[in-house]
Design a protein around this ligand. Structure first.
Ligand SMILES: [Zn+2]
Length: 264
């Protein structure tokens, strides 16, 4: 039997979200634009879109969060700028779309306006480490590092204001992969702990750095060096985890309980 799967066109959706990032102006910006139109200036340079401004702040290290408001993209959709149903798709296949939106942010990230002097980033540490080790080394191409290591921001999705909040017990299997909004009472909050996002290792044989992206709570550490050098020499280089080249994000666990009026 032939199974017909509905095709999701991620390329088209990416292009549309990209357009949203570049063009979306909220109501406040729109009124400013009207004023500018009377003057002889380029609107986009004077008032870049709301999300380009957010990216700019990240690039200039004035912020480390991108809050993607679904109400904004809903307004953009309602105005007919993107295909109907895009917001629904984001809400029902959220994990996949978060990755997509991350990639769009990476792509659109502007260059910082001012040179940044201080080093505070895992990647800077690695580069310095390599330079110290080998002065004659050619500058490394940043693209060979996992993108989670080079990002200086976190992406958050803000649900639609109109979205119905669920009671905890209403969340069930049909919500898997969806963005859900729940209402409850927080009864316990853990301390802030570091959560490993990218594990960095170095090989005892060839000195190569190897990275492993972590997507789950538990990881199986890499043991053997996969580098070309070690393969060519036919040796099994042992990998050692290097905390200096690992990327951690703050992480906190909360316990939630049903609201009293929902239990009755
Ligand atoms: Zn090796």
């Amino acid at each position: 039997m032939e199974v017909i799967k509905p095709k999701t066109n991620y390329t088209k959706d990416s292009e549309e979200i990209n357009l949203f990032f570049e063009k979306y102006q909220d109501a406040q910006q729109n009124s400013m634009e009207l004023e500018v139109e009377n003057m002889d200036v380029d609107v986009e340079t004077v008032h870049p879109s709301k999300y380009i401004q957010k990216l700019r702040a990240v690039a200039n290290r004035e912020g480390d969060k991108i809050i993607f408001e679904l109400d904004d993209i809903q307004a953009f959709e309602d105005d007919g700028n993107v295909t109907n149903g895009l917001v629904r798709k984001i809400m029902t296949n959220t994990w996949r779309y978060i990755e997509l939106i991350y990639r769009i942010c990476d792509k659109l990230m502007p260059v910082p306006m001012n040179p940044i002097g201080h080093m505070d980033d895992v990647l800077d540490v690695i580069m310095q480490h390599r330079k110290d080790k080998d002065q004659s080394r050619v500058p490394e191409d940043r693209t060979r590092f996992p993108s989670a290591l080079t990002r200086r921001y976190s992406l958050y999705l803000k649900p639609l204001n109109s979205e119905k909040t669920l009671a905890i017990r209403e969340v069930n299997g049909s919500n898997v992969g969806h963005l859900v909004t729940v209402k409850g009472i927080i009864t316990r909050v853990s301390d802030v702990k570091p959560f490993l996002l990218v594990a960095g290792y170095s090989c005892e044989m060839c000195g190569d750095e190897v990275f492993q992206e972590v997507t789950k709570k538990n990881i199986t550490p890499l043991m053997m060096c996969p580098s070309e050098k070690c393969q060519k020499n036919n040796v099994k280089g042992k990998l050692y985890m290097q905390t200096r080249t690992c990327k951690f994000v703050p992480f906190q666990e909360v316990k939630m309980q049903e609201l009293v009026n929902k239990i009755l």
